[in-house]
Design a binder for this molecule. Sequence first.
Ligand code: HEC
Ligand code: HEC
Length: 377
Amino acid sequence: MKRTIVRAMGRVVCLVGIATANGQAAQQQRPQLAEEVFKNVQIIKGIPVDEFMDTMGMFAAATNMNCVDCHTSDSTESWENFAKETPLKQTARRMLLMVDAINKQNFKGVRSVTCYTCHHGDRRPKQIPSLVVQYSAPIEDPNEIDVFSNAGGLSADQIFAKYLQALGGAERLASLTSFVAKGTYSGYDTDQAKAAIEIYAKAPAQRTTIVHAPFGDSVRVYDGRAAWIASPDKPLPLIPLTGGNLEGAKIEAMVSFPTPIKQAFNQWRVTTTTIDDREVTVLQGTNPRQPPVNFYFDQSGLLVRLVRLADTAIGRVPTQIDYGDYREVSGVKLPFRWTATWTDGQSTTQLTEVQANVSIDAAKFGRPAPAPPPRTK
Ligand code: HEC
Ligand code: HEC
């Protein structure tokens, strides 16, 4: 896994560079590595904690196993218990080495083969071809787009123009510069119970969300440059977001003030597909050395889905956000509901009230305080 280490180190150095340029203490910015935080990491070393947790999401998604299946049933009680050895952890480590060797020997070290390539959501990969699969109509996954036909004839510019128009038009969008929202959040981390959520957003791209969860306040901040999660249910009281997660936090913040999105990507490609039998137009934005981001627009021009990818040491993992319930706030349509789905969880946010253009204390977008230990649920 030397490649992993070298690659991750490159990223750390780069982060430090940015931090120094911004005049912040480089020390503060260097994210802690997985092996510095966890007790029994033997192979997936040299990567920050957020990326490490994404590799666990890849494991779960690829094998359709829950965290506790590979770890111990008491691991839900404390993060320490995840360090315990189990036979399945050992198998998974063997698999990691095998996949690394396959990619090195056959694909020049590019991560062409991942856990998902063989497992495909099965704990035991299949050996025998399925006639049912072969002879039934293919199930299309709108997130798996590889043909960009420019179907529909609209250019990326036209699709953006339609989007901004559907939201209320350039002028109204320009006059919305901040909002404070309240609503409810429910997800795997709240055991689907509804918890109060507050959102603070400021143009061009600052965003803080606070979920008042049963275990304590779960805080996410994107300050326009850096992002953090401070939540009592996480393995670290303050997790800086890196790589694809940092890019993702930025895009999600920009969606509230979308005019600059078009300029935020180097290249755009267009295609169409369907989501739940509804035709949607897809814009895929790419930047150099970044995974692509897909934006899905319905017939009225509104954004209904966002799919972004994060690179991890063992392959890319997706996050999907579905937007809906658009309502007007001072002349601009904002999504009042969204569902985020990723490899180790799903959550739905429903807003109940939004106040536009209120002044928000700059401290709201500062680095959050580390979360206290969890309150018992
Ligand atoms: C397919 C088996 C598998 C699944 C599923 C899995 N893990 Fe792991 N987990 C591992 C292995 C293997 C390691 C050790 C990796 C290494 O040695 O580099 C590990 C390590 C960890 C660690 C570090 C523990 C320590 O202190 O050393 C944490 C935390 C963790 N996993 C959390 C999770 C969570 C949360 C999930 C569910 C999203 C999950 N894991 C799903 C196999 C799995
Ligand atoms: C080249 C194909 C291939 C790839 C890639 C692959 N696996 Fe496997 N995996 C297998 C096969 C085959 C088995 C054995 C299934 C059986 O015993 O029937 C297996 C078994 C496992 C098992 C044990 C399941 C059980 O119930 O005993 C785990 C856990 C596992 N793989 C995890 C992973 C992880 C994590 C990755 C990615 C790092 C991965 N695999 C990548 C082919 C693969």
